[in-house]
Structure formats: C-alpha cells, structure tokens
Design a protein around this ligand. Structure first.
Ligand SMILES: [Zn+2]
Length: 510
C-alpha cells in the first residue's frame, strides 16, 4: 500500500491554540483523510514543542515549574484537537523520553562524525525568538518579530557545521523542484542560500538555561530548541519501530506556516544530511491569516479560538471557510463577516438547500423509497453525472498540489449544476402529471446520486457533514464508492431531510 506521512509543526506551548495552529492542523487532517480515501496508508503526526528559554520564562511568570506548565498547555492542545475531530495518529511531546533519547542519539552520531565542534560566539540574542540576530536582520536595532532590542551575549557553545552542507542543499533543492512548495518559498530559500551559510549554534549553557535536553557529550549544556524539536518528525516514527521509520519517513509531507521556513528548509535538511537520514518528500508552506490589525502570530495576539468557532458555527463550517478562503501559500483575510457569508451562501443556501429539497421530494412523492433507474438516460442526466465525475477528477490534481480552495470550487461548480438540473427537470411540477411519475422517480434517483457523491467527495473537508449525508441516505462506506447509477437498488429506503446548516442571521445569532 502506498504511504504518506503528514506532519504539523510541533506547537510551542507558550500560547494556547489559535487560528494559525488550527489552519495548519485542519489542512493536515484534510490531507490525511483525502489520501486515505484514495487508498493510501496515511499517518498524521502532531504534538507540542516544550523546551527552551521562552517556556522557562513563561512557566516562571505563571509561578509553576516548566514541566507542570508544559503539561498543562500540551494537554490543552491535545484536547482541542480531540474536540475538533482531528484524526491524528500520534501526539508527540518533546519532553517524551523516547524523543529525548533519540535526540541524544542523533547529536552523538553527528558529534562523532566531526560535524559538531566547540567554539565561542557573541551576538545579539532575542529571548523571544531564541536565536541570535545579525545586525542586518534587526529593524531599528530591534527584533522584527518582538519589537524588542535583543541583548548582546557572548558565550562558548557547540556548533553544527551547517556551512559544510550548503552546496549539497542547493543541489538538492534544485534537483527536486517540489521539495519546497509553493514555488515562492523555494525561491526565497534559494535566494537566502546565495549568501554564505553560517554554522548553527546548537547548545545553551546550563548556567543560563536548564530546561532542555542535555548534550550527551557535555553535561554543562542543553540542546538548542530547534535542534531538539525538528527531530520529532523522525523520533515519533522510530518510536513505532524500524518498519515505520523506513516506510513512512521518505514520504514525509511537512506542513508549516511561513514564519518557520528557515528552520525547516535549511536547518532540518542539513541536520538530516549530517545524521545520514533521507530527506523529507515535501515541505508545504502556507501564509498568514491576517486580521484588520495585521499579522496574527503566536506572540502578537490570539483572537480566534478554535473551540469558540466550533461552538458558534460548527466545526465543519469553520473548516470549510478555512480551506475555501485561503489559497495555500498566500496570506488570507479572516473576518467573521466573510465566514458568515460563506456559511449562508455556500453551505446553507447551496449545499444544504439542495440536499433537503431532494430528500423532501423523495419523502413526499415516494415515501422515501428509491425508484428504479431506466437504462436510457436523458442528455441532462448524463451531463449531471459527467459534471460530478469531472469535479472528482479535478479534485485529484488540486489535492496533490494543495489547492484546497480550487478543489472546493470544483465541487461547488458541480453543485450549481445540480441545482440547475432541478430547475430544468422540475420534478415538483412533473409529479402532478401521473404519466410522468416514473420520470420523476428517475430524476430523484440521479439527485440522490448527487448526494451520495457529495458524501464521498466532501468527506476529507467536512467529515461530520459527509457522515450525516451517509446516514440520511442509509448507505455504508462500501456503497459510497460505487459508480454513478449503482449506489442504490430500487426499493431502498432513505431518511427524511434534516437541516444541515442553519442560516446565520447577520447579528451573529442563529
Ligand atoms: Zn524576537
């Protein structure tokens, strides 16, 4: 069976789950469900990143130990994804013993091969970012992310010979054009690599920071948080056995937001090269959700909380909005107004109305009993089927390229077609003529095929809705996969309609 391995970043436990985390996680979940639906063995990893200065500081500020603090926020992430119905296969924490052991193994291996050395480094250090800045990178002498002047510190540390791998990294990125995608981020990385790559400081002295994984070759130091966290993508698989590591790792698809491009596109592949491990298959990079005030980041404010969105609008409606509104790779605007517009127009009016109309007619005209389909179809019948076959074919290409908004556009274009089919065939008028009753039964049979197809193609995007559709049609998962015209036998009884997406009044109340 073909495999795919999908990862979210490990979320840093200095903030509670917000819109940015939720988007990445929903995309990962959608991809996993999609690849599974076309027969792949898909594995989804998420988790939390828990070491480093920032966590130690946040814990101290809240009057708890770093471990207690990390336990609390990590549990919050996990329960949030559980409540949101995210189908992750494993939740990793960088404080898990197997992860710490594996990080030490990798460090020792790279140290033994001579790619880690001891040296002195002085520079401007931002505690918020947990990294040194060059003067060129500062804006008015301040960290551009935190708008705070970094401190100048000088200390002895261990360094990873990242510079040694610069040429090999450039060649690798050039040889595999979709290693980093979309293209704009690949271009950005290659541009960055035109400058000489510096070695990476991978340790922090315990005199300054204890909250980290000790270096296996020097107890006076702990591991730099990125050199620890990035390794999770491999340690989680290794923990499940050599077979998992060997088969899933080369199929890795990382999902990240653009703020962590550099660690994933530069540190991580060179670390893998030094450790003698294969590279990931794709690094998929998305943009920011922008509010009117500007960038939403982990440190500049958390306005949109996933569980609140779920409670107010339903998880599927929220998922639909996120996947439909953002072109993967580009920034997108978030507003409740746009969310409500999409729910009312796309979900309540278009999808919801069509389904309830079809089921209501089936119930009223035939007591919910599916009528036979004749062997000869009208041009309209065939066009309807073809439109949905086309949408499902387009879906394949769009999903492989992470163009979720285009995939949904294709499905909604087929939905528009189905709504026109209802107008063209006018079963609500035809039913009044006893001579046309057989034809009405056929038209409704085709429309039930529309609903069945929707239950299949919408499942990765809106899993709860797809399940509800399947329950309304009383079909099992196997019958869901049958070709058009073979989904129902005549005499099969379906359920009466239910409201899938209530319209939301513009004052925000249902
Ligand atoms: Zn900073």
């Amino acid at each position: 069976m073909d495999k795919t391995y999908i990862t979210t970043p490990l979320y840093y436990v200095n903030a509670e789950p917000h819109l940015g985390h939720t988007y990445t996680t929903v995309v990962a979940d959608t991809l996993k469900r999609y690849w599974q639906s076309i027969g792949y063995d898909a594995f989804l990893l998420t988790g939390t990143d828990e070491h480093g200065d920032k966590i130690a500081q946040a814990a101290a500020a809240s009057g708890s130990s770093p471990k207690d603090y990390a336990d609390r926020i990590s549990a919050l992430f996990r329960s949030t994804w559980d409540s949101c119905g995210i189908a992750y296969d494993h939740f990793i924490r960088t404080t898990d013993d197997y992860h710490k052991d594996y990080v030490q193994k990798v460090l020792q291996r790279i140290y033994d091969s001579g790619d880690i050395y001891f040296g002195e480094y002085g520079g401007f250090y931002c505690y918020g970012c947990e990294r040194f800045y060059t003067e060129k990178e500062l804006v008015d002498g301040k960290c551009p992310d935190h708008q705070k002047a970094p401190e100048y510190i000088s200390e002895k540390n261990y360094f990873f010979r990242m510079s040694q791998y610069q040429e090999r990294l450039i060649e690798t990125i050039q040889a595999k054009p979709d290693l980093i995608r979309p293209e704009r981020y690949r271009t950005e990385v290659l541009a960055f690599l035109r400058e000489p790559l510096e070695d990476l400081c991978i340790s922090r002295p315990t005199s300054r920071l204890q909250w980290g994984i000790p270096l296996p070759f020097d107890a006076n130091y702990v591991t730099y948080v990125w050199f620890d966290a990035l390794i999770n993508y491999v340690s989680a698989l290794e923990h499940r056995g050599a077979e998992s590591l060997a088969t899933f790792w080369p199929k890795a698809q990382h999902l990240i937001a653009k703020d962590i491009l550099k660690p994933h596109a530069i540190y991580w592949p060179t670390m893998l090269m030094a450790a003698g491990l294969p590279l990931y298959d794709h690094l998929n990079v998305h943009g920011y959700w922008v509010m009117d005030s500007g960038k939403m980041s982990k440190s500049l404010g958390n306005v949109i909380r996933p569980l609140e969105m779920k409670a107010r609008f339903g998880m599927d409606a929220f998922r639909y909005f996120l996947l439909r509104e953002m072109a993967f790779g580009q920034d997108a605007k978030f507003s409740e107004e746009a969310l409500v517009t999409r729910i009312n127009a796309d979900l309540a009016n278009n999808l919801g109305n069509l389904v309830s109309r079809v089921l209501a007619m089936q119930e009223r005209y035939f007591a919910g009993v599916v009528q036979p389909l004749s062997a000869s179809w009208t041009t309209e019948d065939a066009a309807l089927r073809d439109k949905f076959i086309q949408a499902e074919n387009e879906l394949k290409g769009y999903m492989a390229e992470l163009q979720f908004h285009r995939a949904l556009e294709s499905i909604w274009s087929a939905l528009d077609h189905a709504n026109r089919y209802v107008v063209q065939t006018a079963p609500f008028t035809a039913i009044k003529d006893p001579a046309k009753q057989v034809r009405v039964g056929e038209v409704l049979h085709h429309l039930l095929e529309v609903v069945r197809t929707l239950a299949r193609v919408l499942a990765p995007f809106m899993p709860e809705t797809a399940l509800r559709l399947r329950e309304l049609l009383v079909v099992d998962e196997r019958a869901l996969k049958n070709p058009w015209g073979e989904g129902f036998v005549a005499g099969h009884k379906i359920n009466p309609p239910k409201i899938l997406f209530p319209r939301i009044e513009t004052d925000g109340k249902k």
